[in-house]
Design a protein around this ligand. Structure first.
Ligand code: ADE
Length: 297
């Protein structure tokens, strides 16, 4: 998977060379490159922002600088949209806010400088899902990024993240690239506001890349996690040795050796915990999949 990140603080992503992501890069599973947005400016101050049209506090990131950068990274030529395309772009942007997991039209990246040998380098279990680069903007006002999104994006061969700062980026940027046929996503990582998109991109990147086959040593460890699978529940509590510690005991059933009972205990715990902390996840469960004991919980 090729990952490009654009930021005014590209050094922020030096940590991507550490830990499991660093190892995955060494293994050739992922290739992460952070770019400085200011490299695409032409003025002496390398300015990337301007005051909001219509007034208001703060600064907004300029579309021209972003577009020069994104055109180059996506291999697109600059062009003005025609009236109909602009309408379509705005329409698709609205749709994206309504529909979770939006699917844009197949990318029209005619002049993309794609090296065909590159595609074969990527671990992509489902080539059908790979429709060219996906452009992702973190945005506190966008739809929530979930495990489902991480799973879907882990099948892509090229992700391009644009980190906003200040009051955000000009709203025409995502609209323009959608109209160009690029798959564009905007995601919030939670109901709080950060100083910029860098932390949000780090969070999304970690959630996505660890799902790439070969990334984690034991693939079973990501199968039973919270939010994962057909029935996304919060995960049950885990314990290790010693079974008795400072007056606290591991639940006896876990040391019984009876796997069916252990499975039942863990499922009950996951259901109870999810119902108490995240009732929305329980409400979203498919009732047909629940057995009598589940329902009693
Ligand atoms: N930028 C600032 N806050 C953010 C959030 N909560 N999610 C994504 N991007 C952000």
């Amino acid at each position: 998977m090729k990952i490009d990140i654009v930021s005014v603080f590209p050094e922020y992503f030096d940590v991507m060379n550490l830990s499991l992501l660093g190892k995955a890069q060494e293994k050739g599973l992922v290739e992460v490159k952070a770019h400085n947005l200011r490299d695409w400016t032409h003025d002496v101050h390398h300015s990337v922002d301007d005051t909001p049209v219509g007034g208001g506090a703060g600064m907004v990131m300029k579309p021209e600088v972003w577009a020069e950068c994104l055109d180059q990274l996506l291999g697109l030529e600059a062009r003005d949209l025609q009236a109909g395309e602009v309408g379509g772009a705005i329409h698709s942007s609205r749709e994206s806010r309504q529909a979770k997991g939006l699917t844009n039209a197949a990318p029209r990246l005619a002049s993309r400088s794609a090296d065909p040998s590159e595609a074969a380098d990527h671990e992509n279990p489902d080539p059908q899902s790979d429709q060219g680069p996906i452009l992702i903007f973190p945005n506190p006002s966008a739809q929530l990024f979930t495990q489902k999104d991480a799973t879907e994006l882990s099948h892509s061969s090229h992700l391009l993240f644009g980190c906003g700062r200040y009051e955000g980026y000009d709203a025409r940027i995502p609209d323009y690239y959608r109209a160009q046929g690029v798959q564009v996503r905007e995601y919030s990582i939670g109901d709080y506001v950060l100083n910029g998109g860098e932390v949000a991109v780090s969070v999304m990147l970690e959630a996505i890349t660890r799902l790439i086959p070969g990334f984690v040593g034991n693939p079973d460890s990501i199968v039973t996690e919270s939010y994962t699978g057909e029935e996304p529940l919060l995960e049950y509590s885990q314990y290790t040795r010693p079974t008795s510690w400072r007056g606290l005991e591991v639940p006896a059933i876990l040391t019984s050796g009876d796997h069916a009972k252990v499975d039942r205990y863990r499922r009950d715990e996951a259901l109870e915990r999810t119902a108490s902390i995240r009732p929305d996840l329980v409400q979203a469960l498919d009732c047909k999949r629940l057995d009598k004991k589940d329902k009693a919980k």
